[in-house]
Design a binder for this molecule. Structure first.
Ligand code: ATP
Length: 282
């Protein structure tokens, strides 16, 4: 039996570079882990059985963890099964990559439970097959990402700020966000300053100036999400940004006292979470 933690991510900036012929979009982003995790229990079994603490999440083949098990069975040529329980703590449809992180945790842990070997490249291929964000979750550090999000350069850098995460409880689909943005831009995407250059030149400056291209369309459809960003800035965040395609927004705070005030303000009627400066997952 194994117990593993699957940590959520935030995007420290997100640029949509353009639409590709295969229907995906090329993006540029910086992925960073926060101290909020799902807990996954994995036990060997003859068949596949999955339970999830949150009944709104599928516990069948539609669950990304189930896909991870099937892909491993094929790759490792085994018919062995597994019992998985997911204690869901990460809000869903929240731009925090919860499902992707769960799937990556299963990809990494299940071969050990089965006493099988799998190399890193094979794991990366299976991960991308499940979803664009999944390869990032095979590592732990902050990473600059390009392509669909799978071309990763890990960076040895901490974020020296308190991260206040606010989730308004609105479920946003990533597919909807890409479709709406693509229609609005009519297929043309402006050339942007490279996030990679900005980040390698001055990571601190980049954290303060980072932008998320999805904000415009999401804030137009759900003004309350834009108001959360505005309020985080009023409460002295040095930057506040939406994560991924929403709906979560995070604020970076220099002072713990300001972060605590923001936690208290939003905690009254939102899901909130605080990550300490320079956090790295275990
Ligand atoms: P991303 O930023 O990667 O799009 P997200 O945080 O917006 O992720 P998720 O929480 O990963 O979104 O879930 C998106 C959808 O995936 C949900 O509607 C859910 O039905 C489905 N899903 C499949 N497996 C899982 C899982 N293990 N945990 C959460 N959602 C899952």
């Amino acid at each position: 039996m194994m117990n593993v933690k699957a940590y959520a991510k935030i995007n420290l900036g997100l640029h949509i570079v353009g639409k590709r012929e295969d229907g995906f979009h090329n993006i540029e982003t910086i992925f960073h882990r926060i101290n909020l995790s799902d807990e996954i229990t994995i036990r060997e079994n003859d068949t596949i059985a999955l339970t999830v603490s949150n009944s709104l999440i599928p516990s069948n083949k539609d669950n990304l963890c189930w896909k991870a098990v099937e892909l491993l069975q094929q790759k490792l040529q085994t018919s062995r099964g597994v019992t998985i329980h997911i204690q869901k703590n990460i809000p869903v449809g929240a731009g925090l990559g919860g499902g992707s992180s769960d799937a990556a945790a299963v990809l990494q842990s299940l071969p050990m439970v089965w006493n099988k070997q799998i190399d890193k490249t094979a794991l990366e291929t299976l991960a991308l097959h499940i979803g664009s964000d999944v390869p990032y979750f095979l590592g732990k550090q902050t990473a600059y990402a390009e392509g669909r999000g799978e071309k990763l350069s890990y960076v040895q850098i901490g974020i020296p700020y308190w991260i206040v995460l606010v989730n308004p409880g609105i479920h946003l689909s990533t597919q909807w966000a890409y479709k709406t943005l693509s229609e609005q831009r009519n297929g043309t995407f402006p050339v942007r300053t490279s996030l990679a250059n900005a980040f390698s030149l001055s990571p601190m400056q980049c954290m303060i100036t980072a932008e998320n291209d999805f904000e415009e369309i999401v804030f137009a459809a759900h003004p309350h999400i834009g108001e959360i960003k505005k309020k985080l800035l009023q409460l002295h965040a040095i930057n506040a940004l939406m994560s991924g395609s929403g709906s979560s927004v995070f604020g970076l705070f220099e002072h713990e006292s300001d972060a605590s005030k923001a936690m208290a303000f939003f905690g009254k009627d939102h899901f909130v979470h605080l990550t300490e400066p320079n956090f790295i997952p275990e």
